[in-house]
Design a protein around this ligand. Structure first.
Ligand code: SF4
Ligand code: SF4
Length: 199
């Protein structure tokens, strides 16, 4: 059965944001994907990669910036998706777009894209991996060596704290890691795992 934690506080969100300030690459990786996405970075096109915020993160950022709005689901399946997310304390949201982005007010989902925790066969969080559903669209997935070690280290620290705090998220990433292993077995493509720089 899926565990449920009590909601994150605004103070926790601010602390998590403070851990997630590292640049992902030494260059603007948006230059890799903008030409194929109408001049906008793939991960900033809300129609292709819908951002999500923890509920307290949404209220914190909504109060201090005009960057975020709640997503308006239209179809029945979108409405069901939105309801399901809310049960997990998550709000799907849209931003005012890349041209008006405010770096300091980006969400955790913006800051962590395109990586997520990898939970290994032992049930241990041991690395970061590319989100499977976006691999084809994010050019960095074929350039893992371009991702800065300082970014990997800081994000590993963030996820260690968050996964302890939110067992339901641990379960989500455990399941996606299992799917990634199955896919890797099926295709013969090795998993790409980004590990922290400490032993
Ligand atoms: S993270 Fe990937 S999708 Fe986002 S801007 Fe960089 S290359 Fe493009
Ligand atoms: S808030 Fe900024 S980083 Fe996040 S999706 Fe919007 S434009 Fe991209």
């Amino acid at each position: 059965m899926r565990s449920r934690s009590y909601p994150l506080s605004r103070e926790e969100i601010s602390y998590y944001h403070s851990l997630l300030g590292e640049e992902i690459t030494d260059y603007d990786c948006g230059n890799l994907c903008r030409p194929d996405n109408g001049g906008v970075s793939f991960c900033c096109r809300n129609d292709l990669a819908l951002p999500w915020l923890y509920r307290s993160e949404f209220s914190l950022l909504f109060e201090r910036s005009g960057l975020w709005q709640k997503w308006r689901p239209r179809t029945d399946s979108e409405k069901a998706l939105s309801r399901e997310a809310q049960k997990g304390d998550i709000v799907f949201s849209t931003c005012s777009g890349e041209a008006g982005c405010e770096r300091v007010n980006r969400s955790i989902s913006c800051r962590t894209f395109p990586l997520e925790p990898y939970i290994d066969e032992r049930g241990v969080f041991s690395a970061l991996q590319f989100m499977q559903e976006f691999r084809e669209h994010c050019p960095l997935s074929s350039r893992p060596a371009d991702i800065r070690q300082a970014y990997i280290d800081a994000h590993f620290t963030f996820w260690e704290k968050l996964l302890l705090r939110r067992p339901e998220d641990f379960e989500t990433y455990e399941a996606s890691s299992r799917r990634a292993r199955r896919q890797s077995k099926k295709t013969g493509e090795p998993l790409v795992l980004l590990r922290p720089g400490w032993p």
